[in-house]
Design a protein around this ligand. Structure first.
Ligand SMILES: N[C@@H](Cc1c[nH]cn1)C(=O)NCC(=O)O
Length: 445
């Protein structure tokens, strides 16, 4: 069976309000995730460390996030999004309070690790809640809105946070942010209901063996694998620039002022906020267009990087701004991966499949960020060579995505021929391959 949608064709106003409350938790998570961006220099001062040690914060954070995605998916399927969002707020809040009072590098790292766990629990829980409350065709729009709203948290962690750190200072700013986040638990407990008919999810005790089987079953679904590689290939190149290498590339590699460089990164925020509703709204109406859009976006990404890396001399702003605007659509396009997970897995396994998909983009980000660092070291700071890592990871992701696209299509055709329902009906093309005999569009629940 491909998927089971909530019964109603459109979600109720109450479901939208429940989603908005959960999406606010995601805004808080992104705020905490990105807060070291402007607090970096102060953190270096406070903990008495240099740039390399600060980079460890980012790698630790993204690493914890990626490692936690599959456990998060399993936990949210078992305990429900309400419980997981509550846990997320408590981890985020205590991590930030710990950072507020920390004076040593070790304690700072521990604080960011705790915060990273809270962050990792959030996005998949919001999407699981959306899967419970919204019918399949509205799910894509809600997912894209969620991603776009996250950037409100990102914006709050730029100028407003800079002003707060310069005014009240480190301790009161992070203490209030941490305590405020923990207190939001009361709102989640009051407002969030796991499904339109139930406040909480009934959880049955399951063995580790059953958990493993649940993950393997989700992994065996071609739609989940396609979602993973879609997420892997589409969002990492903008993530690498926003989270780590964008400012050094522009300042050290291109000779721009630090203020110009950080202003340029706002293009990514704006692009994601505009692109989310655009992509989500369009694909909600035309789900059959989602993979052609992914392929078109990947071709555009490859062309954009070809221009950026082959530009003779300094790249002018008139080229950088549209290039970053194009790349910024990677976040919204990556949400197609979640729609695939939701469409090709039964509802009780959507959290696990969503977690699997969400590993993709963050693994690609971690690998690329590390490769760039290694190549910069090896070449004495040659960004043109170091950023070729993006091209290599993009080629790998696109290749695997095309392989799973063909396999997922083959499974859909096989299901159509057996007369089974499929999430999106497809027309066979000359380049389509035949499904192996027992391939199913979705593994059974
Ligand atoms: N691709 C992002 C979501 C997104 C949508 N628009 C911009 N970004 C994603 O996967 N986010 C996961 C997270 O935890 O932020």
């Amino acid at each position: 069976m491909p998927s089971r949608s909530p019964a109603a064709a459109r979600a109720s106003a109450r479901s939208w309000l429940i989603w908005l409350t959960a999406a606010f938790v995601y805004i808080l998570a992104v705020f905490h995730r990105t807060s070291l961006g402007v607090a970096g220099l102060e953190a270096a001062d406070r903990f008495g460390v240099g740039a390399a040690a600060l980079g460890t914060f980012t790698v630790l954070q993204v690493g914890v996030y990626a490692a936690m995605q599959i456990p998060t998916g399993v936990l949210v399927d078992r305990f429900g999004p309400r419980a997981m969002l509550t846990a997320a707020l408590l981890f985020l809040g205590s991590g930030q309070v710990l950072l507020a009072v920390a004076h040593t590098y070790a304690l700072g790292l521990l604080a960011r690790g705790v915060l990273g766990v809270g962050d990792a629990l959030t996005f998949v829980s919001v999407l699981r809640l959306a899967a419970n409350h919204f019918p399949a065709r509205q799910y894509m729009l809600v997912t894209a809105f969620t991603g776009a709203l996250g950037f409100v948290g990102n914006l709050a962690a730029t100028l407003p946070l800079t002003l707060l750190l310069a005014g009240p200072g480190w301790l009161p700013t992070f203490l209030v942010a941490g305590l405020g986040t923990a207190l939001f638990v009361a709102v989640v407990q009051w407002r969030v209901h796991d499904t339109p008919v139930a406040r909480t999810t009934e959880s049955e005790a399951v063995s580790m063996r059953e958990v493993g089987a649940q993950v393997l079953t989700a992994l065996r679904v071609p739609g989940t694998r396609l979602g993973f590689w879609t997420h892997f290939s589409t969002m990492f190149s903008q993530n690498v620039l926003v989270l780590l290498w964008g400012v050094p590339f522009l300042v050290q590699g291109q000779g721009y002022a630090a203020t110009t460089a950080s202003s340029l990164l706002v293009v990514f925020v704006a692009g994601s906020m505009i692109g989310g509703p655009l992509v989500g709204g369009f694909i909600g109406r035309r789900p059959e267009a989602r993979m052609p859009i992914v392929l078109g976006f990947l071709a555009t990404t490859a062309a954009t990087w070809a221009v950026l890396l082959s530009w003779p001399g300094r790249i002018p702003l008139a080229v950088l701004v549209p290039a970053f605007a194009l790349l910024s659509f990677g976040g919204p396009v990556s949400t197609i991966g979640f729609a695939l997970a939701r469409d090709y897995n039964p509802l009780p396994r959507v959290g696990t499949a969503t977690g699997v998909v969400n590993v993709g983009g963050f693994v690609a980000t971690t690998i690329t960020a590390l490769l760039i660092g290694v190549l910069l070291e090896a070449t004495g700071g040659n960004f043109r060579i170091a950023l070729l890592s993006v091209v290599a990871v993009l080629a790998l992701g696109t290749w695997r995505m095309v392989v799973w696209y063909l396999r997922a299509r083959a499974a859909v055709f096989a299901a159509q021929e057996r007369g089974e329902p499929v999430p999106v009906r497809l027309r066979r093309r000359p380049w389509d391959v035949r499904a192996p005999g027992r391939e199913r569009v979705a593994a059974p629940a």
